[in-house]
Design a protein. Structure first.
Length: 708
């Protein structure tokens, strides 16, 4: 009777509480509204008096299990009541190991709602935690330890995002296994991923016409910018978004496993955060640190091995056809297996890259195709392709280790798993020990092709756990990590700062095939993929017409100055100069910017931005007074004026401006550029002109006063 009376009191309290409760951000610009509609807890968001998110659903559908036997279906959406709420103000600072700014402010208002089901006796418990920042809202679900629930399986997430109207969207087709589709700009109502699904036959079965990846960038007709993503993706599948027929409602769609289940959990457990960035300025969306603030601080005790990396690679020459990954020349043909002499990862060739890196002050050299197995691997769903320790006969590990060390550079390891993750997990310990013994402080992993264990997906719970295992194991071995073909990032580089960058998007290599990436592709990545964290995009291509052979006609839809600007507008502590050394040697004056630009920063200013059109960013190099500016535009010419009010007063600087030439024309004369120098001070104005699909890069170096 006592338990029943307490339950009645809690229901009455919840009913009174949820007439309509309102909570605000610290600056009062964002208002969160929580209420109960038709036995369901819903949330709304108001920004500057304008409703951005109409009442949207919260909760999960789950099933209680014992072993593999289903005991009971649990509805964590309908018939849940709030029995208690707690409010807390958070306002602190922290310093990233590597990052865009020296110090990050974490200020928000937190509200925790403790919910229980209306079931008599032993109700099920779930908490929903909201954090309201000045630039957005994050919320997550907690399943506390409880007597009535231990192990359970998530069948579906009920979370929805009910937008007010038909927003403009910058989106990518959803898929459980790849993030490498092109980006599009349409109205929400016009989203149809069918063409993209059909273009990738390898993963067509996991691609649906109305499924969208996150981060999703949106703009309302009134000019309010909204970005939907997630933070702290740990032990849970990635969230994609399913657009409803009326186009304004987006529903969470979790990546399943082979059994069509979404996640296997045990109490206590907290889900990733669902994140909604909101502002009337696009620059605020790019400058936001909300996703990082929603991740846990690092637990690494030793971070001394984590350094920013600028590197070159035995890589691009394979994409343009000058060399091969495989030693025997049988990767793409049925010819007899025999050495062809085109294998790029040979000792002599790698030494040339080492010499170039040493001469120009680079940290490392990535070498792909060094290990046996490349002849028969691509998307074959084949186990035991690579062992990650056995080199080809023409790659001398010890000789190259000693040579690189003598030149004060290091080699970067490459581990292509071929999707056979089970095999990689068996070999990780020996592979990382091999790296330690042979002077490799960083590794690039790859996950091309269908995943083994068969039935698992790149973005599912099992693989999310795997990526974190790799981050933890590499950290234990004092190895820095760069992951290609993974789930898209969610700010975990705060928790695992050795995890420098990911690919998780359509990168530069697509420009070596067919029509390549669209002119606005890299621009749109900044407003979508980069919201979750740094990307190894591999910029810096100087030879933009890829006519290395008579039948090769590919063109990169970019100007050379734009390639330089990418080092500033695309943040990453791991940056590659991706072109061939000889192409840089032919344009050393322009290459100087790549040599000068840092990859770690004390401050960042997003000076101007508009999705699909332009972005201009200024960054201050770590522990220096030097600033660097990058600006890129869409297919239209653009002129902009940048006021240098971020410089220190009473100091002189030399500005070197790497710009499109007046005759630069993308796809015709893309490699024309001009370099000018001028002395500047705080408050001066730079007039910058960008060609269509062009860019401009500026280094602003403090001029030290001469000492008498």
């Amino acid at each position: 009777m006592k338990i029943f009376l307490l339950w009645i009191i809690s229901v009455l309290f919840s009913t009174l509480l949820l007439g309509q409760n309102k909570y605000t951000s610290p600056n009062k610009n964002i208002e969160l509204v929580i209420q109960r509609q038709q036995k369901q807890i819903v949330y709304s968001i108001v920004y500057l008096g304008d409703t951005i998110m109409y009442p949207s659903e919260l909760g999960f559908k789950a099933k209680k299990t014992y072993g593999a036997t289903t005991q009971e279906t649990i509805d964590f959406a309908d018939s849940m009541v709030i029995v208690r709420e707690k409010e807390k103000k958070i306002n602190d600072q922290w310093q990233p190991i590597l990052g865009e700014v020296k110090t990050i402010q974490n200020e928000c208002n937190e509200i925790t709602f403790e919910l229980q089901s209306e079931k008599k006796g032993k109700p099920y418990l779930m908490n929903i935690i909201f954090r309201i920042f000045n630039d957005g809202v994050g919320f997550r679900y907690e399943f506390p330890k409880q007597t009535n629930l231990n192990r359970f399986v998530i069948e579906d997430e009920i979370t929805t995002f009910q937008l007010k109207e038909d927003y403009t969207a910058w989106w990518q087709a959803g898929n459980f296994n790849t993030n490498e589709y092109p980006l599009h700009e349409t109205k929400l109502s016009a989203i149809n991923a069918l063409n993209d699904c059909e273009s990738n036959k390898l993963f067509t079965a996991q691609c649906l016409p109305w499924l969208i990846q996150t981060p999703l960038m949106l703009k309302s007709p009134k000019g309010i910018y909204v970005n939907i993503h997630e933070a702290a993706l740990v032990h849970f599948p990635a969230m994609q978004l399913r657009r409803s027929p009326d186009s304004r409602k987006l529903s969470s769609d979790l990546v399943p496993d082979a059994m069509h289940n979404k996640a296997y959990l045990e109490t206590p457990f907290a889900t990733p955060w669902r994140t909604i960035l909101i502002s009337n300025k696009a620059t605020d969306i790019l400058a936001s640190k909300m996703i990082l603030n929603l991740n846990e601080p690092t637990k690494l005790k030793d971070v001394s091995f984590i350094k920013p990396v600028k590197y070159i690679g035995v890589w691009w020459e394979m994409f343009v056809g000058k060399g091969t990954w495989d030693y025997l020349g049988t990767q793409n043909s049925a010819q007899e297996a025999k050495p062809t002499g085109k294998h790029s990862a040979n000792t002599t060739n790698v030494k040339k890259y080492i010499d170039f890196a040493s001469k120009h002050g680079f940290d490392g050299i990535l070498v792909e195709g060094w290990n046996v197995g490349w002849e028969d691997w691509f998307a074959k769903w084949k186990e035991n392709v690579f062992d990650f320790v056995t080199p080809y006969p023409d790659f001398n590990v010890k000789e190259l280790q000693a040579y690189a060390k003598s030149k004060n550079v290091y080699l970067i390891m490459h581990h292509e798993t071929s999707g056979s993750v089970i095999s990689y997990e068996r070999h990780m310990d020996s592979a990382y020990q091999f790296m330690n013994e042979n002077g490799y402080p960083a590794v690039k992993t790859g996950y091309v092709g269908p995943i083994i264990p068969r039935g698992e997906n790149h973005d599912g719970q099992w693989m999310v756990d795997h990526y974190i295992r790799v981050a933890e194991k590499t950290a234990a071995k004092k190895i820095m990590l760069d992951v290609h073909e993974p789930v898209r990032p969610t700010g975990l580089h705060r928790t695992y700062p050795n995890w420098l960058a990911c690919e998780a998007a359509r990168g530069m290599e697509y420009n070596a095939w067919g029509d390549g990436n669209a002119i606005d592709h890299d621009l749109n990545l900044i407003f979508t993929r980069f919201i979750g964290g740094p990307m190894d995009y591999t910029p810096g291509i100087f030879k933009l017409k890829l006519d290395y052979f008579p039948n090769k006609k590919e063109i990169i839809h970019s100007t050379l100055a734009r390639q330089l600007a990418l080092y500033v507008v695309m943040y990453s502590p791991l940056q590659m100069a991706a072109d061939l050394p000889e192409n840089y040697e032919a344009k050393l004056d322009a290459f100087q910017f790549i040599k000068d630009v840092p990859t770690d920063w004390d401050d960042t200013k997003i000076l101007e931005a508009e999705p699909g059109e332009y972005v201009t960013t200024a960054r201050k190099g770590k522990n220096t007074n030097n600033w660097f500016i990058g600006s890129i535009t869409d297919e239209k010419k653009r002129s902009t004026k940048i006021t240098l009010d971020f410089l220190d007063a009473n100091k002189n600087y030399e500005a070197t401006i790497y710009a499109d030439d007046k005759n630069t024309l993308v796809d015709v004369r893309p490699e024309l550029y001009s370099i000018t120098k001028k002395t500047v001070q705080k408050g001066d104005v730079l007039n910058l002109d960008l060609a269509g699909a062009g860019g401009v890069a500026v280094s602003i170096i403090e001029v030290k006063a001469n000492k008498m």
